[in-house]
Design a binder for this molecule. Structure first.
Ligand code: ZN
Length: 336
C-alpha cells in the first residue's frame, strides 16, 4: 500500500506544512482533483458573497437547519485563530460547550496534556452525548482547532465548517433517543505544530479520545465512527477515502444517493488520507472520513490565510449535515 502513497508538500507562510495524500494505483493521482489539478488561477473563484449558495429551508434537509449551521461556522471563525492552548481556542471551547448544553446534550470537557514538538500543551476534547436505549455508540467527530503555524489562519473550511455542522447536528441528536447512544466529539489538536510527518505531530485529540475509550471499555461499544473535515467549500465533491471502512462508506454514499446528493458524495475513490479517523481505524473500529481535501488544495486555499468564511457554501454545509443526520438514522436501524 505504501508504494502508492505520495507526499504533497506545500509551502505555507513561513513554514512548510505537509499532508500525506495517497494517490491511486501506480503512484498516479486517482482523479483530476488530485495533486495534478490545474493551478489556482484556472479554478473557478468562489462567489463573492457567502450567501450566494443559500442553505435550503430546513424542511428540505430533514430538519437540519443549514442556515443555523452556517451561522455556527461564522461564529467559530469570528473568534479568530484557534490553535491549541490559545486565547481563541479557549473562547471557542466555552462557546461550543455552552451551545451543546443549551440543546440538552450531556457534555464532557476532557482536559489532557499532549506531548508535542513545542513541548507539553494543554488541550481539551469536548464530547456531547445523547443517551440511547442500548449499549451501542455511534461516534461523530470533527476537529475544532486551527493550524497555528500559519499567521492569521482562521480555518473556515479546516475545520470550522464541520464544527458548525456538528453543533447543528447536536441540536437534533441530543433531542432524540435511539437504540444506540450518539456521541459527538469536538477534537482539539488535529493540526501539526511543526511537521505532520515527524514524531506523530498530529491528531492529538483523536488519539487521546480513542485511548481513553479503549481503557474505559467504551471503544468496544462503538458501532461506527464518522469524521467530517472540510465539508463546506464551494464546488464540494467528496470522494470515498480508501482507508475508510467500506460498508460504512457505502451506507453513507447510498444515503446521499437516496437524498439526491450524489453530486456532492461522488462515485470516486481517493487514496489514504491521514486524519482523525485513523486513530480509531488503527484500533479496529469501523470509521469513515468525509473530506474534500484535494479540491481545496487545488484551489490554493488549504492551510493559507485565504481559508476564510467566504469560501464556505451554506448549501453544501446543509447537504452534508442532512446526509450525516440521515446516515445516523440508518445506523440506528442497522444496529437496533
Ligand atoms: Zn488542516
Amino acid at each position: 500500500m505504501s508504494a502508492s502513497w505520495k507526499k504533497l508538500w506545500m509551502a505555507a507562510g513561513a513554514g512548510v506544512v505537509s499532508c500525506v495524500i495517497a494517490c491511486g494505483g501506480s503512484g498516479q493521482p486517482t482523479s483530476a482533483s488530485s495533486t495534478t489539478a490545474p493551478p489556482a488561477t484556472s479554478v473557478a473563484a468562489p462567489p463573492a458573497a457567502a450567501q450566494s449558495e443559500p442553505a435550503p429551508p430546513a424542511d428540505q434537509t430533514g430538519g437540519f437547519d443549514g442556515a443555523k449551521a452556517f451561522d455556527q461556522v461564522a461564529k467559530i471563525v469570528s473568534f479568530g485563530p484557534r490553535p491549541p492552548a490559545s486565547d481563541g481556542i479557549h473562547k471557542v471551547q466555552e462557546y461550543i460547550s455552552t451551545q451543546l448544553k443549551s440543546f440538552g446534550c450531556q457534555v464532557e470537557q476532557q482536559d489532557f496534556h499532549a506531548s508535542t514538538p513545542k513541548g507539553d500543551v494543554a488541550m481539551q476534547n469536548i464530547v456531547a452525548k445523547a443517551a440511547g436505549t442500548g449499549p451501542g455508540i455511534i461516534l461523530l467527530l470533527t476537529h475544532y482547532d486551527s493550524l497555528g503555524s500559519v499567521e492569521n489562519f482562521v480555518g473556515a473550511e479546516d475545520s470550522a465548517s464541520s464544527t458548525g455542522m456538528m453543533i447543528e447536528l447536536a441540536r437534533h441528536l441530543c433531542a432524540q433517543k435511539g437504540p444506540n447512544s450518539v456521541w459527538i466529539a469536538f477534537l482539539d489538536g488535529e493540526e501539526s505544530f511543526v511537521n505532520w510527518d515527524k514524531d506523530n505531530d498530529h491528531t492529538y485529540g483523536s488519539r487521546e479520545l480513542a485511548a481513553r475509550m479503549s481503557v474505559s471499555g467504551e471503544l468496544k461499544r462503538v458501532k461506527a465512527v464518522i469524521l467530517a473535515d472540510m465539508i463546506g467549500q464551494y464546488g464540494l465533491k467528496i470522494p470515498k477515502e480508501s482507508d475508510s471502512t467500506k460498508w460504512l462508506a457505502d451506507l453513507v454514499w447510498k444515503t446521499a444517493d437516496r437524498l439526491g446528493h450524489k453530486d456532492v458524495f461522488i462515485n470516486q475513490e481517493v487514496g489514504r488520507i491521514d486524519d482523525d479517523h485513523q486513530s480509531f481505524l488503527s484500533r479496529g473500529v469501523p470509521s469513515l472520513d468525509i473530506i474534500d481535501l484535494n479540491d481545496y488544495i487545488s484551489a490554493g486555499y488549504w492551510h493559507t490565510p485565504q481559508d476564510t468564511l467566504d469560501k464556505i457554501s451554506p448549501r453544501n454545509v446543509a447537504i452534508v449535515g442532512y446526509v450525516v443526520l440521515e446516515s445516523v438514522g440508518e445506523l440506528q436501524k442497522k444496529f437496533k
